[in-house]
Design a protein around this ligand. Structure first.
Ligand code: FES
Length: 65
């Protein structure tokens, strides 16, 4: 799986994949914690599934190091 870190995931809050990765790398492990840092998925909610998937992906990546 290739990850484009510059890709916008949440359009309402202009949050990219890379910003979700940064939130996870700085200690966030759940959707709620990532939302607390980035506000991704807190407006219209249409990106929520994608945000959730990315949080899981980056947590896995972080914890398998
Ligand atoms: S696109 Fe993420 S809350 Fe609307």
């Amino acid at each position: 799986m290739t990850m484009d870190l510059g890709k916008t995931v949440c359009y309402c809050m202009s949050v990219t994949s890379g910003m979700i990765k940064d939130a996870v790398d700085s200690g966030a492990s759940t959707l709620e914690e990532v939302q607390g840092i980035t506000s991704a998925g807190t407006v219209c909610g249409s990106c929520l599934e994608d945000v959730k998937r990315l949080v899981e992906y980056f947590v896995n990546e972080r914890d398998s190091k």
